[in-house]
Design a protein around this ligand. Structure first.
Ligand code: PAF
Length: 274
């Protein structure tokens, strides 16, 4: 495995690759969820590039940019064992210059839910993903469904900018109790981890209600909010279609149910696709 820290090193390493390229962009602190994306990329492509870059432009003032877990040695080992060809770990100055041209996420998907709670987050995310997709030259790029709104925006960006890459959505990976895996779970104490299960419990309850024939989204949200009270602060319980438009009735095959809540100082998100 080649470790590339500069764009020049990445381009040089890519020269040696023949055949299809799968790409998994990450912010590091790799866990089983990332590994499932990497494994799928390895299965479906001749070569795999993984990036580890904690992107400053997608963190808001006062968010956890400095505290975000950084585990370079462990990440390197995980990628090496998984059969990654190139691990790209650039510095900030490799990725950005001052006064950059920026991409703006559309209000409807970029400034609702996650985007309303974290205004500007998706602009920064799209900015770096555009750069990373272009640099990787990937045929396919793998993203988890846990960041559903991120996934929808990236899919739209690729479509709107005629980018020649297939975006592959991948299933959410959960621990044995149901907690969706996230690098931010590392912040949770064991007591908080138990309470964090409220998010997946609320989603399970919602799914059960839908399966029992309850399609009214207000009724479902009420029940979810009741379960989410175990968290310290609820940001939202929402039910939208796959375009992220709020809906009154669940439509099977075109619905995403999402929750966001704080447990202690940690903000968690989770969702289920119906
Ligand atoms: O999902 C993430 O880890 C990040 O948002 C991404 C896609 C790597 C961009 O920084």
């Amino acid at each position: 495995m080649v470790i590339a820290r500069t764009i020049e090193e990445l381009q040089k390493a890519k020269e040696g690759l023949q055949g299809s390229i799968g790409f998994v962009p990450t912010m590091g602190a790799l866990h089983q969820g990332h590994l499932s994306l990497i494994q799928r990329a390895v299965e479906e492509n001749d070569h795999v590039i993984v990036s580890v870059f904690v992107n400053p432009t997608q963190f808001l003032e006062g968010e956890d940019l400095d505290a975000y877990p950084r585990r370079e040695a462990a990440d390197t080992q995980i990628c090496e064992r998984a059969g990654v060809d190139i691990l790209f770990m650039p510095t900030i100055d490799q990725m950005y210059e001052p006064d950059e041209l920026c991409i703006g996420a559309p209000a409807i998907r970029g400034y609702t839910l996650e985007g309303q709670k974290r205004p500007g987050h998706f602009d920064g995310m799209l900015q770096v993903v555009m750069k990373l997709l272009n640099l990787s030259g990937a045929d396919r790029a793998y993203f988890g469904k846990k960041d559903a709104q991120q996934l929808a925006l990236i899919t739209q960006m690729v479509r709107n900018y005629f980018m020649n890459v297939e975006i592959v959505p991948c299933e959410i990976i959960r621990d044995e109790k149901g907690l969706a895996l996230s690098s931010r779970n590392a912040y949770l104490s064991s007591e908080e981890k138990e309470r964090a299960l409220a998010l997946s419990r609320a989603l399970k309850r919602a799914t059960k209600l839908v399966m029992a024939g309850e399609h009214n989204t207000e009724t479902i949200k009420k029940e979810m909010l009741d379960i989410l009270k175990e968290a310290d602060r609820i940001d939202y319980a929402a039910i939208v279609d796959r375009d992220f438009i709020a809906i009154e009735e669940v439509e099977i095959g075109n619905t995403i149910i999402l929750v966001a809540a704080w447990v202690g100082k940690t903000r968690l998100i989770d969702n289920v696709w119906i």
